[in-house]
Design a protein around this ligand. Structure first.
Ligand SMILES: C[S@@+](CC[C@H](N)C(=O)[O-])C[C@H]1O[C@@H](n2cnc3c(N)ncnc32)[C@H](O)[C@@H]1O
Length: 293
């Protein structure tokens, strides 16, 4: 079953009313978007953007023939192009913009693109294999040791970045997630393999962030999100690691200083214990909200 992260909190902040329009910049399988559409009926709309063409096909199938179909406008694009997408589809002056960052559980479990260290798959990790040329395999097999070390350190905050990068370069060519997991295992000490967090977590995160340019896209999208909001409209962002959250925090604080927004979450909100028990993937979520003044 698909469980959208912090759905109740997102809906409480967005507070959708009949007739209001919203943009979900990371619509995925539509967990949040459909909850919004439940509340802005009968004529409120949601513009749902996702960079992954395949997950959008899944969502189209899911809403086909339902009452949501006509009020959910789906666009396959990078949210870094948010203003142009919104203008093209007439979603300017919306009541809320939502980002639920990163990857969906569908990517881990069903995409076959090597996002999960639990599955033996090719090292792809692209959200959009049609438009994005760079794969994880290309990074691992062609980038210099220094550049691999840098992305592991910066995007993964991996303490063994140097050792892992060296092992990767010495193990070339790496073709599957299994090759990568084994290289990380060889490069790290035994105690690192016994922790609660899997030893390859940070390496996989770093590669995914690099392949998909995740931080740059977010930095480009946030100012555009403010431009498409009406005054009183809310910007809601769920981040899943500290790098992403820092980008959001710094952006909101800078805009609050300029008097453009008011921050509604002094500290990031975290999921309830109950939600984490029901959906362990929610455990690292941090939600921040700002309202356009
Ligand atoms: C955490 S999932 C969203 C889940 C969704 N809220 C739901 O309830 O089903 C994040 C989604 O963002 C998409 N995504 C990642 N980077 C993107 C980008 N730059 N532009 C648009 N979509 C992006 C991914 O393909 C993924 O489907």
């Amino acid at each position: 079953m698909h469980l959208p992260v912090m759905k109740d909190e997102v809906i409480r902040f967005l507070d959708p009313k009949p007739g209001e329009n919203f943009i979900d910049c990371t619509v995925g399988l539509g967990g949040h978007a459909l909850a919004i559409l439940e509340r802005n009926k009968p004529n409120g709309k949601v513009l749902g953007v996702d960079y992954d063409p395949q997950i959008l096909e899944e969502l189209k199938r899911k809403v086909h023939g339902t009452e949501f179909e006509k009020r959910l406008v789906l666009v396959c694009d990078n949210f870094a192009n948010l203003e142009a997408i919104a203008e093209k589809h007439g979603f300017t002056s919306v009541s809320g913009v939502l980002f639920d960052l990163g990857l969906s559980s569908w990517h881990l479990e069903a995409s076959g693109r090597g996002f999960s260290f639990w599955r033996g798959e090719p090292l792809d990790m692209r959200y959009n294999p049609q438009l994005n040329a760079l794969t994880a395999e290309a990074i691992l097999n062609t980038w210099s040791l220094k550049d691999i070390e840098r992305i592991l350190r910066v995007y993964g905050e991996e303490r063994f970045s140097r050792r892992i990068a060296k092992e990767i370069v010495e193990s070339r060519p790496l073709r599957t997630t299994v090759d990568l997991v084994m290289a990380v295992e060889r490069a790290t000490p035994p105690w690192y393999h016994r922790r609660r967090i899997h030893f390859a977590t940070k390496t996989f995160q770093a590669l995914r962030v690099a392949v998909n340019n995740e931080l740059e896209n977010l930095e480009k999208a946030l100012p555009q999100a403010l431009n498409v909001l009406r005054s009183g409209g809310k910007l809601v962002v769920i981040a899943f690691h500290s790098l992403e959250d820092r980008v959001v925090k710094n952006f909101m604080r800078a805009k609050a200083k300029e008097g453009v927004v008011k921050i509604l979450t002094k500290k990031p909100m975290r999921p309830s214990e109950k939600e984490v028990v029901e959906n362990p993937k929610a455990r690292s979520a941090r939600l921040r909200v700002a309202v356009k003044v």
